[in-house]
Design a protein around this ligand. Structure first.
Ligand code: HEM
Length: 496
């Protein structure tokens, strides 16, 4: 008598399951954090984590305490969730490899060769190149160019007179358009002779950028770009416009040229695309949230307008729509604690970045509340949103309070506590340690410049005055600032 085929398949499946349970499932060893293997081979807990990382991590925190391990896409990820331990994690730098994941992801997403200096294609860590060219002296040039370009973008186009009519637009669409255009012009230069042609090119680059950025979470998760035909085409089109000679800032052009000396023009353009993405993908939603939260809060609007007026008077600057653009120096921009606090608070509420490091060898991680054995190739992860929304550190954590980062003297507040202990890290939308965002200082300056100009140029109103805050788009959790799930209509009209 022969067995029916489904019985044979059933037995084979049962044997595979037994083998997987015996050999494929990792078991927790003494001294290691509690382990969640998940039920699905390879994926582990990835589906639950992906659906809502914050809730998933909070549930595991309640179950296991501050440190636990989850299997995600074949990797074992140790989550450290106690904010008091963040600085201790960063002290273990010698055991961490932060490059592997970053460099592989960048190569896959943007299509360039390996930029890991140990592979011989590049002469130094590109992170160091960016730090040199987006900070220090270079920052002043970047900031000045951005202020001018924002004004070119915001001022009425063409030679027609200024109209005093209200314009209604989606606020996210508006921030996207203005920040993309001004940011693009700042990095890749303005073609004064052919401004209209260039504007058209930037608008089509913006469409390509949106198309490519839409699939970015899937690329980071490991899917190949060839699986997304339109996005693939958009990426190639974007890179075509980003030749090396287009880089406007001389120090950036020179340093990148040295670092990427073995790359041909097409491959350099792909690394410029990586820079374009890094400079826009988080800044655009961050600008939206800063503007939205400011307009929504009458006290924030009043305090910000007053601060901007005073700063302009102090700097001896006057607003003019046709004449010289408004200019504020780095020092003047750094002295705007109310705008700083508004931006920080908006980013605290919308940031969901994942800071990860790979263990180079077996080692013991010594934290505030215990020590844990970590195996080679495992991942150590921080998810600062847990800290940003912790009611003990930030009372009433879901409410926007424009002055949360101001002290009693209306200066920047830097003391925050957990469990009665002063925190070293309390605000981390830009990552931490070796992989901290090299563009963070510029990012804050450009958002501030945008808010200043919006307050100076326009009367601003929400179409629906008591509009609810749109939910965050969780599909991008882990990548940085989450965009709103839907747009919000607002009205603006030139003041004069
Ligand atoms: C609000 C705006 C921004 C936010 C929230 C943000 C956040 C981040 C985060 C979380 C990372 C990854 C850190 C990690 O892996 O641990 C990063 C990397 C990076 N960011 Fe930003 N960023 C912003 C704006 C900018 C701007 C304006 C630029 C450039 C002009 C920039 C350039 C970069 C670059 C080049 C990297 C990759 C560095 C590397 O190769 O490791 N970012 N950013």
């Amino acid at each position: 008598m022969t067995m029916p085929i489904y019985v044979v398949w059933g037995i084979a499946l049962a044997v595979c399951c037994c083998l997987w349970i015996i050999f494929g499932v990792r078991r927790r060893k003494i001294g290691e954090p509690p382990l969640e293997n998940g039920l699905i081979p390879y994926l582990g807990c990835a589906l639950k984590f992906g659906a809502n990382p914050l809730e998933f991590l909070r549930a595991n925190q309640r179950k296991h305490g501050h440190v636990f391990t989850c299997k995600l896409m074949g990797k074992y990820v140790h989550f450290i969730t106690n904010s008091l331990s963040y600085h201790k994690v960063l002290c273990h730098g010698k055991y961490f490899d932060w490059k592997k994941f970053h460099y592989t992801t960048s190569a896959k997403a943007f299509g360039h060769r390996s930029i890991d200096p140990s592979d011989g294609n590049t002469t130094e860590n590109i992170q160091s190149t960016f730090s040199k060219t987006l900070q220090g002296d270079a920052l002043a040039a970047l900031t000045q160019a951005m202020m001018e370009n924002l004004q070119v973008t915001l001022r009425p186009q063409g030679a027609g007179p200024l109209t005093a009519a209200w314009v209604t637009e989606g606020m996210y669409a508006f921030c996207y358009r203005v920040m993309f255009e001004a940011g693009y012009l700042t990095l890749f230069g303005r073609d004064l002779a052919r401004q209209d042609v260039q504007r058209g090119l930037i608008r089509s680059s913006l469409d390509h950028f949106k198309e490519f950025d839409r699939v970015f979470p899937a690329l980071v998760a490991g899917l190949p770009i060839r699986a997304f035909k339109t996005a693939h085409r958009a990426r190639e089109k974007l890179a075509e416009g980003l030749g090396h000679e287009r880089l406007r800032l001389i120090s950036l052009r020179m340093h990148l040229n040295d670092t990427l000396s073995t790359f041909d023009d097409a491959e350099k353009a792909r690394t410029h695309l990586a820079l374009l993405w890094a400079s826009q993908a988080n800044t655009i939603p961050a600008t939206f949230w800063s503007l939205f939260q400011m307009i929504r809060s009458p006290e924030a609007m009043e305090a910000a307008s007053e601060e901007v007026q005073k700063a302009l008077e102090k700097a001896g600057q006057q607003l003019s729509f046709e004449g010289k653009p408004v200019h504020l120096s780095q020092m003047q921009l750094n002295d705007l604690p109310v705008l700083d606090s508004i931006i920080k608070e908006a980013l605290r509420l919308s940031s969901a970045s994942l800071n990860i490091r790979t263990a180079k060898e077996d080692f013991t991680l010594h934290l505030e509340d215990g020590s844990y054995n970590i195996r080679k190739d495992d991942i150590i992860a921080l998810y600062p949103q847990l800290m940003h929304l912790d009611p003990e550190i930030y009372p009433d954590p879901l409410t926007f309070k424009y002055d949360r980062y101001l002290d009693e003297n209306r200066k920047t507040k830097t003391t925050f506590y957990s469990n009665g202990i002063k925190l070293k890290y309390y605000y981390m939308p830009f990552g931490s340690g070796a992989t901290i965002c090299p563009g963070r200082l510029f990012a804050v300056q450009e958002i501030k410049q945008f808010l200043i100009l919006m307050l100076l140029y326009f009367e601003l109103e929400l179409v629906e005055s008591h509009v609810k805050c749109p939910p965050l788009d969780q599909s991008r959790a882990g990548l940085g600032i989450l965009p709103p799930l839907h747009d919000i209509e607002f009205k603006y009209k030139f003041k004069y």
